[in-house]
Design a protein around this ligand. Structure first.
Ligand code: FE2
Ligand code: FE2
Length: 212
């Protein structure tokens, strides 16, 4: 389960299996947001060539994922539509922003960029977990063979992205693995609280989104 503190509620997978096309539309938006988030971070931190190189690689891969999901949407006659509000990602970024940065590590190690990278790592980890659940939920449905193949393949890429974001955070922190592990642990606890709150929220449990 990578660094995640709580598993997704089994109810989520049951809801997702009932409307995989709605999940597919949501998934497409997630890939697009992942690409634009990586590019936006690279543009804002152009002083570090390694940050730019790694984030551009991630962005390119996320665009490829988006195009694959989009092709499946088109083949099924589905429309992308406007992006849904991603409360999960917004709440996670807000929680990281208000978390004191000096506790548990040398002052200055945990920067806003470090937090953004670790939030990115957690989003990748949660996506990976949910793609696995989706792959399992679609495994025995011949009409959903392409969904199953897509989610089975992409979960490995998102697991790799999780590692990429954590490693890049270590680089930004000057190689301080221990500080990054501590910060990731703290943020993972916050992430677990956000996932739980969204699942308990009104109408949220039935909204089978990748992040909701
Ligand atoms: Fe992706
Ligand atoms: Fe990813």
């Amino acid at each position: 389960m990578l660094c995640l503190k709580v598993p997704t509620d089994p109810q989520w997978a049951a809801e997702a299996a009932r409307d995989v096309d709605a999940v597919l539309v949501d998934h497409a938006h997630c890939e697009m947001k992942a690409a634009s988030n990586a590019l936006s971070l690279a543009a804002r931190h152009s002083e570090d060539p390694e940050v730019v190189r790694v984030l551009c690689d991630v962005a390119r891969e996320e665009i490829e994922h988006f195009q694959r999901v989009l092709a499946l949407l088109v083949a099924r006659g589905l429309k992308l539509g406007p992006p849904p509000v991603d409360r999960y990602a917004a709440d996670l970024r807000s929680a990281a922003q208000v978390l004191p940065r000096s506790s548990g590590s040398r002052s200055g190690i945990v920067t806003p960029l470090v937090d953004r990278l670790l939030v990115g790592a957690l989003i990748e980890a949660r996506s990976c977990e949910r793609f696995k659940l989706l792959a399992q939920a679609t495994a025995d449905h011949p009409s959903l063979r392409e969904h199953h193949a897509l989610w089975s393949e992409l979960l490995a890429a998102e697991a790799r992205h999780y590692r990429t974001f954590v490693d890049l955070a270590v680089h930004v922190a000057g190689g301080d693995h221990a500080a990054i592990e501590r910060r990731l642990e703290t943020l993972a606890v916050l992430e677990a609280g956000i996932v739980g709150a969204l699942a308990r929220g009104p109408g949220e449990a039935s909204r089978a989104s990748i992040h909701g």
